[in-house]
Design a protein around this ligand. Structure first.
Ligand SMILES: Nc1ncnc2c1ncn2[C@@H]1O[C@H](COP(=O)(O)OP(=O)(O)OP(=O)(O)O)[C@@H](O)[C@H]1O
Ligand SMILES: [Mg+2]
Ligand SMILES: [Zn+2]
Length: 461
């Protein structure tokens, strides 16, 4: 095969070199050289869209609505995150930590998509036998999917593309982008140059041949997808699977989506038979919050258009020696430190010589100031060893002065809590209070101190 030329291009200044070096000789930046294929006509960086056959300008009103047709993936929660299904010819990147369930989700999706048309599942990670084993466990062998999903164990991008162009499937799954390589590049599988070049080629396939391409991407330790930025702007959608691997719940979130909102999340549950939808996502993260234990408080977070009730758990213990620890799981550590400080200064709960732990149940990770009050009450509750009455939900942001602030979608959160049988909501003072939700008493507290009095009872003396 004719070898195209590869160059090492600096991602900072764009200068290119024949060999890899740690530092760019043009601009002095470190570790910015990425192996890149040089095409005859134009440099790879600028070569984005397919050749010029239909690239004449078209009036806005005459543009076809090709992207209205969507292929249902068959997993309702995944369809929701995609914005109503998979768009034909789109390029979707699905990321997640090792073992979180990427292959499981995509094999199930492949089976779902195969109801609309054939799917090619290319895997460089596993053998055909391994995929078959999983398919059997997921119950996908017997149905129509057994014939409509074809598996290709292959780690050459060229051969995957060749197969796809010959078979013309509705969708191509590539598991994973880090294991398949482009022959013309010398860099190892998974290197930034390899990942970016193969993504470009899959994009050509997606846009040129109208085949939807789903790429699996491993998330590195630092929490980014390999070849991160270049890949994220290239693809149409980036989905990430989140959750605590030791638990069953998984969240699917779109961090980018050209065909839908990036705010929707899907909630799924991992089991023997794969990922299943949970009956009521709003209560999935409530944990076993049946009995009232000190340190456990229910809050409500808003994910897209959906309110999720979540159990916040906290534990404080006197620090043995050294600096007190602050450990946040699923919560922003900076936010936790701030709440600890406000509790000390504004509510008389001094945790300066205590280790503090706070986490969200079920492996949920949320960056939502609306959870502030639940976290603060949980800390006060464990510190004073007093439980919060069952059926209570706390929803507010806390300011530096200890004042409670309103949060977006407060009404929706309260309504959802009422639906799930909560009887008391501690919230910031109503501005223009909307229609009351039946069955739930809404208590407005102006300050953290007032909220604590309501949740735990006034302090003696
Ligand atoms: N027999 C089983 N019963 C229940 N759950 C299982 C079973 N086998 C595997 N799992 C679940 O599936 C997960 C692995 O899923 P999967 O292989 O899809 O993950 P992945 O993200 O593709 O991993 P990798 O990064 O290794 O490719 C396990 O962590 C486990 O939770
Ligand atoms: Mg896998
Ligand atoms: Zn440079």
């Amino acid at each position: 095969m004719k070898r195209s030329q590869s160059r090492y291009v600096c991602q900072a200044c764009g200068d290119s070199f024949l060999r890899w070096e740690g530092q760019c000789r043009a601009c002095g930046a470190w570790n910015t050289l990425v192996e890149t294929l040089v095409r005859e006509a134009s440099p790879a960086v600028h070569r984005r869209s397919p050749p010029a056959s239909n690239s004449a300008p078209v009036p806005l009103a005459n543009l076809s609505e090709a992207d209205v047709a969507r292929i249902p993936v068959g997993i309702g929660e995944l369809d929701r995150v995609l914005g109503g299904g998979l768009v034909p010819g789109s390029l979707v990147l699905v990321g997640g930590e090792p073992g979180i369930g990427k292959s499981t989700l995509l094999l199930q999706a492949a089976a779902g998509i195969s109801r609309a048309g054939p799917v090619l599942y290319a895997t460089g990670e596993e053998s055909g036998a391994q995929v078959r084993l999983r398919a059997a466990r997921l119950g996908l062998l017997d149905g129509a999917a057994g014939a409509a999903v074809t598996v290709l164990a292959e780690s050459s991008v060229a051969r995957i593309l060749e197969s796809a162009r010959a078979a013309r499937p509705t969708a191509l799954v590539v598991d994973s982008i880090q294991t398949a390589t482009v022959d013309e590049l010398e860099g190892p599988a998974g290197s930034v140059g390899q990942v970016r070049e193969s993504a470009l080629r899959y994009m050509e396939l997606a846009k040129g041949d109208g085949i939807a391409v789903l790429l699996v991407g491993h998330v590195t330790k630092e929490g980014s997808l390999a070849g991160p930025k270049t890949l994220e702007h290239l693809v149409d959608a980036v989905l990430s699977i989140e959750g605590d691997r030791s638990g069953a719940l998984r969240l699917v979130r779109a961090t980018k989506n050209r065909f839908g909102s990036t705010e929707e999340v899907g909630v799924l549950e991992m089991g023997e038979a794969g990922l299943r939808e949970v009956p009521d996502p709003a209560r999935a993260f409530l944990g076993e919050h049946a009995s009232a234990e000190p340190g456990s408080v229910v809050g409500a977070t808003l994910e897209g258009s959906r309110a999720l009730l979540v159990e916040v758990q906290a534990l404080v213990a006197p620090t043995g020696y050294g600096t007190p620890r602050r450990t946040a799981i699923g919560l922003d550590p900076g936010r936790l430190a701030l709440l600890v400080a406000v509790l000390g200064r504004r509510a008389g709960i001094g945790l300066g010589s205590h280790d503090v732990y706070a986490n969200l149940a079920g492996g949920l990770a949320a960056d939502d100031p609306g959870l502030d009050l639940a976290v603060a009450i949980a800390l006060a509750s464990t510190f004073r060893d007093l439980p919060v009455a069952a059926g209570t939900v706390a929803i507010a942001e806390i300011g530096l002065l200890g004042e409670l602030r309103s949060v977006s979608g407060l009404e929706r959160r309260v309504r959802e809590a009422a639906r799930l049988g909560f009887t008391r909501a501690i919230v910031p003072p109503a501005r223009a209070s909307g229609p009351a939700s039946p069955g739930i008493t809404v208590v407005a507290a102006r300050t953290l101190r007032e909220a604590l009095d309501d949740a735990l009872g006034p302090r003696d003396g």
